[in-house]
Design a binder for this molecule. Sequence first.
Ligand code: ZN
Length: 304
Amino acid sequence: MAVGFAESELTCRPESSTRKEPRAFIVVHRNKIVSHPSQKKLEFSADELEGLGKLNLSAEAEEYHHMYLGHDPSGVAYFAIDIGYGYNGDEKFHLHDVRSLMTECTSRVAISRAGLAVAYARWHSRTKFCSRCGTKTMPHKRGTRRICDNGHTQYPRTDPVAIVVVEHPEGHSLLLGRSQKIVNKNMLTCLSGFVDFGETVQQAAAREVKEESGILVDRVEMICSQPWPLGRGGNHEIMIGCYAIATTTDIFMDPEEMDVVRWVHFRDIKRALQEETTEFQIPPGYALANSLLTWWVEKKSFKL
Ligand SMILES: [Zn+2]
């Protein structure tokens, strides 16, 4: 199954990094990606970065202010640079929200790298102080860690989220909904939520479905997973896609959390995937919900 943000083709091998090797930079500004409009590419060479001005490309900056993302298959070392809030921008350059890039950019590799860069930049900006002793932290190991004066290392965090395709007991529909936090009021998607302490992914999936919709489910299967750099609250998540069959059909929605929860028929989901319906929209191709819905429609096409 093809999933989004999983094709950066970057592997970490910092032990072999030297400043003599070719380097590429992904520039982040206020959680957006900076591109050069004439080339529409999201990556800069060291020479191209000069055009941005006021950027420190010294060895010291590389150690303390650049965020190492990994090496590509040809041996180019990739770094993210956060040019921060002090930079007022330059009209020569464009800023891209990563969500917008999902529809504007066709390269899954470029999108995955852009998501990784923003996720690292956000993690650094939110980890200025040590979670153990409260003192200030500094970037460490080329920005892949942070460390405080007392030697406590902070590692990038990934929050696990279960997202569930819940099938109607008769097999013709799925349970879809929209939380209060989703801005697009035409959107319908799979129910999801964080895995709590002490839970398996399957238990978390069943609990979230019950809390948000009142629907009970039978055995939960894990189907797939994908990294999601644009998680709620700005954190990096790992989305774990699950499949379950409901054992009840009457919906008792939690109005505090959800705008709507309803059963949606196979044919309507298929039309939404093909963008033929205006009644509701489903998440774009880079969201795991889209992959799960596509998987279910293909699976059911032989039976319905
Ligand atoms: Zn500390």
